[in-house]
Structures are given as structure tokens and as C-alpha cells.
Design a protein around this ligand. Structure first.
Ligand code: GLU
Length: 511
């Protein structure tokens, strides 16, 4: 029997979760669900200096909003916890010691000042990227370069030390990545990474491997930026003698112009969100999110799923269930995927159109309540039905159709200037009289009356339509006037036409 699939999303709470991070979580989620496996959330907070308060809560809330919640992990329970690395702190030391004992790692006593001095010296000698590695370690203060007596003396004196990986010289590390195929890296290009800090805290590398092992992770699906760390991780699994999970390194998400990685700062600079939900940085800076921008989580997730994964057909709209069914790591591309904000809006529009009027009405009622507008659900649902083809976001229904909720406060100046003349004034007067005679104010009755009036006078639509729309809605464009009028009701329509006529003439006169 093959092992149960267990994947994890392992963010570091160093700030808000970028949409690239959400995509990593999504692919992990899809992979787990597809294979009937587990999706874990583990918080990797071993870097105390980069910890940002509120970031963990933000991550949890974001995943919840996206509908891709873990079934195990911080906040979700499970028997392999705790799932926050700082809480697991005391578990890691024995593993570091094991590596020292087996010779895979060593103790380094160099202070940060000494390391800094070394880097400075190297820089002056024309080597800007000094590394602690197989070549330089012999001239540093560590358990490989110092005598056993010296090391024991330092330990007895309680001198702090870090544990570093002992990178062998000139060895090819080979491993297979599900997305990228075989990868070979020579250890001459790798340094002796710190695995355990003098503070008693492991670094990301050690904690990550120990936890993936203890939590029985079968597949590590993560961003491409972790690919350079993978050879070290492969070596750590070997050093511990543990079976290694499969690796799958996801491609980058690129800026809309294809120029480089989409960064945290790009969103607000280029006018689209790069975060799932709003984030207020401790320094007071605000980053905007998809949720507050009016996006549906399903649309956001659908867009993200296709940013790197190619379903292979022409279908673009996928529900989460469909994504689970279709997803495979083999169809995730190697090269970066360009983020397209326009397409993202398109996805939202598609999801909006697919929603029932009643569902949209419920959402729109929230906006209306903020504006102290009271309309019953049936009325709001009719407005949604009329306006939804023109909307990308729920709020567009209000913004584009405010005349269905509130009195008109302005009239389209261009229509007044270009389409209104003395004849329009006369025609509107007559149209008011025609409508007054209507007892049935349904859309079809209004339409028949309107068409009969046009035919009788041999008027084309363009002579009457724009003025009519202007008086009732204040605008130059919109959905069917007959539907609008029927929704508003006879009293409001006649009232608007009469007062509108006066106002438009005033506006025209004052020009
Ligand atoms: N803690 C790492 C991050 O912040 C996780 C990398 C991994 O998944 O191994 O992305």
C-alpha cells in the first residue's frame, strides 16, 4: 500500500501572505484533496528578527477566506503538533547533536563580529561574497579547525556556538524535482549553512527537515525561491538516514509586463492587489487585498490555479471541486507565469454573472446598508438582474445603477450638450403625457406606448431615447429603459421626468 499523501504549507510569519504564497497553499491543498491526503499548516517562525505580529493570524484568515483550509496544523488540531516551530524549539537540539556526532555537522565558535571582520577583509581583497565553506572553515574557529582540548575548554566555559553543515568538497548532489526533472548541484557552490543558532533556536533548514520528517510529509510543494536550498535539504535527509519527500518547486509569478517577479510592492503601485486580504503593516502602511477589492474568493482561486498550472483544454472556469479533480503537478510549468490583472477582473465578472440574483442581492444589501438605503430583497434582486451584465464587482451594480436606489443628483453634461435641443423639450413634454395615461406600468406596456408614440410621430429612437434616459437616470447609457421605468414605478418616473425637464433646461440655459 502506498503511503498516505501528506503535504504542508509552511509560511514564515514575516508579513502578509503574498498571492504567490496563496498559490503555493492552493496547489498543496489541491494535491492533498486529489489524493485523499492531508493538508497541514505549519508556522515556520525560527527567524525571531523577522517575526511580524499579526502575520500568522493573517495567514489563517486568508486561507479561510479562500476556502482552502488545512485539515491539520496550527489552529486545526492534529496529533503531530505543536505546529508552530518556536513552540517546538526544544525538540530540535538532539537532532543537531546527532549531526555533530555523525560528522555531518560541526560546532562553530566564531562571533558575529569575527564573521563580519572576515567578510570585510575578503571584500578588501576583491572577494565580495565570502562564504563559510569547505575551503574557508579551516581558518575559522570551529570544532574541525580547533584541537579537541580547545573545543572542550570552550564548551566547559559555556561558550556559545552555532552548528554548521559540513559541506563536502566537490560532490555532485543529484535529485529529481517533480516539476523540473533531474537537478545536479556541485557542493563546491554551497556553503556551510548554519543549522542551529547559539540562541538554541534551529534555523529554517534544520527545523524544516526535522518537521517534515516527524510530520510524515510525503511531498514538499513550494516556491522556486527554495530551489537553491533543496540540495542542502537532500543532504540533511541523507545525513539523518531518513526517506526524503518528493520535491516540487513551483514557478515564479511574474509582473504583468513579464519583467521580474511580482513583488509585495507592485500591487498598490500598479493598481491591483497582490494580497488576499487587506493588511495594515506595523509601520502603518496599508496593502490592499482581493477580498476588500470586491473579488469573490472562487474567482481569485480560479485565477491563481491557472497561474502556473495548465489544465490542457480550453476550459477556464473551474470550481474548487473541479480543480481538485483535474489538478496534477505534472501539468505545472517550469517557467514563470505572468500575472494578468485584466484577466483577474474577467474571472470575477464570470463568477458574478453565474450567481443568482438573490445571492447578489444579499451581498449588495451590505453596501446599501452602509449607505442607509433600505430596499426589500425582491427589489434589489431585480436591480441585480438588470445590472449584472454590466458589472465586474457587486458594488458596480450600485455604482452603475444608483438611480435605482437614490434620487438623481446630476445629469450627463455631454448628453445635454450633444443630444438635447428645443425639440427634445417638446418631445419629453409629450412623452410625460403619454405615460400619464398608462394604467399598466409594466415594461412591455411602457415599451408599446413608447413605440406607438415614435411611430405616430415618425421619430427615430435616437431622437427620443437619450433624452428619456437622461431624465429618468441622469445618464447617457444603461440597460433597458422600459425595465428601469417599470422597476421604479409610474410615480417616480413621472416625477423624475417633470423635475428633470426643469433641471435640464436650467442647466442648458446656464451654459
Ligand atoms: N518557511 C518557508 C517559507 O516561508 C517555507 C519553505 C518550504 O516550504 O520549505 O516559505
Amino acid at each position: 500500500m502506498s503511503k498516505k499523501v501528506r503535504v504542508r504549507f509552511a509560511p514564515s510569519p514575516t508579513g502578509p501572505l503574498h498571492m504567490g504564497g496563496v498559490r503555493t497553499a492552493l496547489y498543496n491543498y489541491l494535491y492533498a484533496k486529489k489524493h485523499g491526503g492531508d493538508f497541514l499548516l505549519r508556522i515556520e517562525d525560527t527567524d525571531e528578527n523577522r517575526f511580524v505580529p499579526g502575520a500568522m493570524e493573517y495567514i489563517i484568515e486568508s486561507l479561510k477566506w479562500c476556502g482552502i483550509e488545512p485539515n491539520e496544523g496550527e489552529g486545526y488540531g492534529g496529533d503531530k503538533g505543536p505546529y508552530i516551530q518556536s513552540v517546538r524549539k526544544d525538540m530540535y537540539r538532539p537532532y543537531a547533536e546527532k549531526l555533530i556526532e555523525s560528522g555531518a555537522a560541526y560546532m562553530a565558535f566564531d562571533t558575529s563580529d569575527e564573521l563580519e571582520l572576515m567578510r570585510e577583509k575578503a571584500k578588501q581583497m576583491g572577494m565580495p561574497n565570502w562564504q563559510y565553506n569547505a575551503v574557508t572553515r579551516s581558518s575559522m574557529k570551529n570544532s574541525l579547525s580547533l584541537s579537541k582540548e580547545e573545543v572542550d575548554k570552550r564548551l566547559a566555559a559555556g561558550e556559545p556556538y552555532t552548528v554548521r553543515m559540513k559541506m563536502p568538497r566537490n560532490k555532485d548532489i543529484k535529485f529529481e524535482d517533480v516539476i523540473r526533472g533531474w537537478i545536479t548541484v556541485n557542493t563546491n557552490n554551497l556553503d556551510d549553512k548554519v543549522l542551529f543558532k547559539e540562541t538554541g533556536m534551529p534555523t529554517y533548514h534544520l527545523a524544516n527537515i526535522v518537521d517534515d520528517h516527524l510530520m510524515e510529509i510525503t511531498h514538499v510543494i513550494r516556491g522556486e525561491e527554495w530551489l537553491p536550498s533543496a540540495p542542502l535539504h537532500v543532504m540533511l535527509y541523507e545525513a539523518f538516514g531518513w526517506e526524503r519527500p518528493e520535491f516540487a518547486h513551483l514557478p515564479l509569478i511574474l509582473r504583468p509586463d513579464g519583467n521580474g517577479k511580482l513583488s509585495k510592492r507592485d500591487g498598490d503601485r500598479l493598481g491591483f492587489p497582490v494580497f488576499p486580504i487587506d493588511w495594515l503593516n506595523p509601520d502603518g502602511e496599508k496593502y490592499s487585498g482581493y477580498r476588500e477589492g470586491g473579488y469573490f474568493p472562487e474567482a481569485f482561486i480560479n485565477m491563481l490555479a491557472l497561474l502556473g498550472w495548465n489544465p490542457g483544454g480550453h476550459q477556464e472556469i473551474f470550481s474548487l471541486d473541479e480543480l481538485v479533480k483535474e489538478f496534477s503537478l505534472e501539468r505545472v510549468g517550469k517557467s514563470g507565469s505572468r500575472f494578468d490583472p485584466e484577466k483577474t477582473r474577467w474571472f470575477n465578472q464570470q463568477y458574478l454573472r453565474a450567481k443568482s440574483n438573490e445571492e447578489l442581492a444579499k451581498m449588495l444589501q451590505k453596501t446599501l446598508a452602509e449607505k442607509a438605503i433600505q430596499k426589500d430583497d425582491a427589489y434589489v434582486a431585480k436591480v441585480c438582474s438588470l445590472m449584472k451584465e454590466r458589472a465586474t464587482f457587486v458594488n458596480d451594480i450600485y455604482n452603475e445603477g444608483s438611480f435605482l436606489f437614490e434620487e438623481i443628483t446630476s445629469y450627463d453634461q455631454i448628453i445635454i450638450e450633444k443630444k438635447w435641443n428645443d425639440e427634445t423639450t417638446k418631445i419629453m413634454g409629450e412623452l410625460i403625457e403619454e405615460f400619464k395615461a398608462l394604467s399598466d406600468f409594466s415594461a412591455s406596456a411602457i415599451e408599446s406606448k413608447f413605440t406607438a408614440y415614435l411611430e405616430l410621430n415618425k421619430y427615430g429612437f435616437g431622437k427620443v431615447g437619450p433624452g428619456f434616459r437622461l431624465l429618468v437616470t441622469g445618464k447617457g447609457m444603461g440597460p433597458s429603459m422600459f425595465e428601469i421605468c417599470s422597476l421604479l414605478g409610474k410615480e417616480i418616473v413621472l416625477n423624475r421626468m417633470e423635475t428633470g425637464l426643469k433641471k435640464v433646461l436650467e442647466l442648458k440655459g446656464s451654459k
